[in-house]
Design a binder for this molecule. Structure first.
Ligand code: SF4
Length: 146
């Protein structure tokens, strides 16, 4: 978590910054994210909204690289477009770290749901987290902060 404490911009899942952009319209404000906002270092982004998905929206999970919502609709193109745009933003801003919401099919890093909407977690990254990891950013999950 070294780069979170260094200076410089940090891409942050917007829901951790207090924006009500979660699938159910709720917020998941995290003190560490709010502190980055206070310092003027947070770049809040909700890749699912950026890709064109509405809020609220049905829950989404990844299955074999495809993003499917709980009602069975495929939303891969929208999630992928938002993830790409958010990753581009991180690159443009020169972010070296990201603080990400856990277990999301888009922002989750290291562990995500298995795609069966059964509550089962498996190793893996959400679409944005995977792009940021490939770019070499340090990924910090909200769960890393306890
Ligand atoms: S896509 Fe990311 S930022 Fe948007 S609500 Fe889901 S976890 Fe939060």
């Amino acid at each position: 978590m070294a780069k979170l404490s260094e200076s410089g911009p940090v891409l942050v899942s917007a829901c951790l910054c207090g924006l009500p952009c979660r699938y159910d319209g709720s917020v998941s404000a995290l003190p560490a994210a709010l502190e980055l906002v206070r310092q003027g270092r947070a770049i809040p982004v909700c890749p699912e909204q950026l890709g064109g998905l509405p809020t609220p929206r049905p829950a989404i999970e990844l299955r074999h690289g495809r993003a499917l919502d709980k009602e069975g609709r495929e939303v891969t193109a929208l999630v992928a477009r938002g993830a790409r745009a958010a990753a581009d933003l991180a690159g443009l801003a020169g972010c070296r770290a990201a603080l990400l919401k856990a277990r999301s099919p888009t922002c989750g890093s290291g562990r995500i749901y298995d795609g069966a909407f059964s509550g089962t977690l498996i190793p893996g990254d959400g679409m944005l987290a995977g792009l940021l990891r490939a770019m070499g950013l340090e990924l910090v999950s909200e769960e890393d902060l306890g």
